[in-house]
Ligand binder design. Structure first.
Ligand code: PMP
Length: 430
């Protein structure tokens, strides 16, 4: 069997270098929150394939549902010959989405595609073109979603120009000096400097910024954004590609908002490792595009629909929403204890089981909030990998360690992973 190093050599020769790779490791097999590489080394997985494995690797019921689907049909294209699993998944998403109004759904394949379609739908419904996104936000790698993304390096460099009529307001971030008032004022500045409110179709915001650093959008900010949206006939889109599917303790993070979004985008963990995404929201908004205006050859693949329906059943059976809350509390408590030992930890935060810690340079024994430490963060990730833990960093300043462990992981595995994290933080800080 080839080694990691041999496979890395082949990868470097054959695969475009623009595709990053967090660890120089090739997987052999995986189960729940553990994976084994081609050299037989075991890892605990705190990355979950970037928030895709809330039900763990290869959950037996998800795999069984996919296997059953494979015996019946794998593809027709829903626009050619329809199939029930697509309709059933749409019904389920409509039932789960917050808001006391009728809902409809659209299925697609990737998170970026869901965001693209949410913008198309918002424009068709409002007959307006402007979209306001937020600093530090991440929405995908297609042209529209890169345009919406609020971080240049490494996503946007060299790929422009991006579509017109996209504007960025400030995301509130108390830790880094942006108050809710500042954020709201920056929206008013856009109305003053760039585009009149009457031409703005939608705001798009992540309930918890994912790639941007696990910063939670404060409820007060969302309430004020909704108010402003209602005053000007602007729609509110919640990008729940990373926060959705139970990660934050509710199926959608926006269930915890004081007001409902008009549209929600979701993907990642909704099908436990199979590619599918969705836009769900207000029925009359969703119905704005004319027949033929929405779709895609693979959009809502029956194999992925079967997986997503199984994931929903697993959530019920294993009570994973309650688990998400309990796990979040457990991890947060442990990280707070770590902050007492590791001075570089300047903040611990999260919503449900979407938890992170933020690392800073240390002076006089204290984390300096003006000095985010991306190098230290990189060292922690590398040291953790050596010790058998897959970790991901994120954040505008590259100094956030995020935890996206499967909700199905046992306390023992989670604690083992947190022990490795602490040892790696201590070793990297020396
Ligand atoms: N929106 C958010 C909030 C995301 O976190 C991501 C992926 N990290 C995307 C959109 C894009 O999803 P995908 O990579 O499936 O296109």
């Amino acid at each position: 069997r080839p080694s990691n190093a041999q496979l890395m050599d082949r990868r470097r020769a054959a695969v475009a270098r623009g595709v990053g790779q967090a660890l120089e490791v090739f997987i052999d097999h995986a189960n729940n929150a553990e994976l084994w590489d081609v050299e037989g080394k075991r890892y605990i997985d705190f990355a979950g394939g970037i928030a895709v494995l809330n039900t763990g690797h290869c959950h037996a019921e998800v795999v069984a549902a996919v296997q059953q689907q494979l015996t019946q049909y794998t593809h027709t294209c829903f626009q050619v010959v329809a199939y029930e699993p697509y309709v059933e998944l749409a019904e389920q998403l409509n039932r789960l989405a917050p808001g006391n109004f009728a809902k409809k759904a659209l299925l697609l394949t990737s998170g970026a595609e869901a965001v693209e379609n949410a913008v198309k739908i918002a424009r068709a419904a409002t007959k307006r073109s402007g979209i306001i996104a937020f600093t530090g936000g991440y929405h995908g790698r297609t042209m529209m979603t890169l345009g919406l993304t609020g971080k240049v390096q490494p996503y946007k460099t060299g790929f422009g120009p991006y579509p017109a009529e996209i504007f960025h307001a400030q995301f509130p971030n108390e830790l880094h000096g942006v108050s809710i008032d500042d954020a709201m004022a920056s929206v008013e500045q856009i109305f003053k400097n760039d585009i009149e409110a009457e031409r703005v179709a939608a705001f798009i915001v992540e309930p918890v910024q994912g790639e941007g650093g696990f910063y939670v959008a404060p409820n007060e900010f969302i309430r004020r954004l909704r108010e402003l949206a209602d005053r000007h006939g602007i729609l509110l889109i919640a990008d729940e590609v990373q926060t959705g599917a139970g990660r934050t303790g509710t199926w959608f993070a926006s269930e915890q908002w004081p007001v409902a979004p008009d549209l929600i985008t979701t993907a990642k963990s909704m099908a436990g490792g199979f590619p599918i995404s969705a836009v769900v929201g207000r029925a009359e908004v969703m119905d704005a595009p004319a027949p033929g205006g929405l779709g895609g050859t693979y959009a809502g693949s029956p194999v992925a629909c079967a997986a997503a329906l199984a994931v929903l059943e697993v959530f019920e059976k294993e009570q994973l929403l309650a688990r998400s809350q309990a796990l979040g509390e457990r991890i947060k408590a442990r990280l707070k204890t770590m902050a007492g030992v590791v001075s570089a930890i300047g903040d611990v935060r999260g919503l449900g089981a979407m938890v992170a810690l933020e690392l800073f340079a240390v002076e006089g024994g204290k984390a300096q909030l003006a000095k985010p430490d991306a190098d230290l963060t990189k060292r922690v990730v590398q040291l953790a990998a050596q010790r058998g833990l897959v970790l991901l960093s994120c954040g505008t300043y590259g100094n956030v360690v995020r935890i996206l462990v499967p909700l199905t992981a046992s306390d023992a595995i989670v604690d083992e992973g947190l022990d490795i994290l602490q040892a790696s933080l201590q070793a990297a800080s020396q």
